[in-house]
Design a protein around this ligand. Structure first.
Ligand code: DGP
Length: 114
């Protein structure tokens, strides 16, 4: 069996995280290396490696995660705006092979990204 990802270890409680949201389907916690004043990661508890690995069976889970993203943005008072980023694969800059949404906010974000 392949080694657990760092995010699976956080889900399993083996590594501590600053948790912002926890429910049956997903977990949200602050990024260890924040790129903005607010930088939260939202991950499914189901092990999905990347956007490429999402299937139709995950549609309800993904919809739920978007609702959670909006709720977190509201709770963290990102009313001036924020960005949700999903890096996929090597060229997309993905470093952890467990699907995750970055919520970035608290400052004006430039576009396009690098
Ligand atoms: P990505 O490059 O899109 O795969 O983003 C992975 C993010 O995960 C990156 O911003 C740093 C964050 N990260 C990596 N390891 C840990 C950890 O152990 N704890 C937390 N809270 N974040 C982590």
């Amino acid at each position: 069996m392949s080694e657990k990802t760092i995010f699976k270890r956080i889900i399993d409680g083996e590594i501590p995280a600053n948790v912002e949201h926890d429910d049956e389907h997903c977990l949200a916690f602050h990024d260890v290396s924040p790129q903005a004043p607010t930088h939260v990661l939202v991950i499914p508890k189901k092990e999905i490696a990347s956007v490429d690995a999402i299937s139709q069976a995950d549609a309800a889970l993904l919809g739920h995660m978007w609702v959670v993203i909006g709720k977190i943005a509201s709770e963290l008072r990102l009313g001036d705006g924020y960005r949700v980023v999903v890096n996929c694969g090597k060229d997309g800059g993905q470093t952890v092979d467990h699907l995750h949404f970055h919520i970035l906010g608290g400052r004006s974000l430039s576009w396009p990204p690098g």
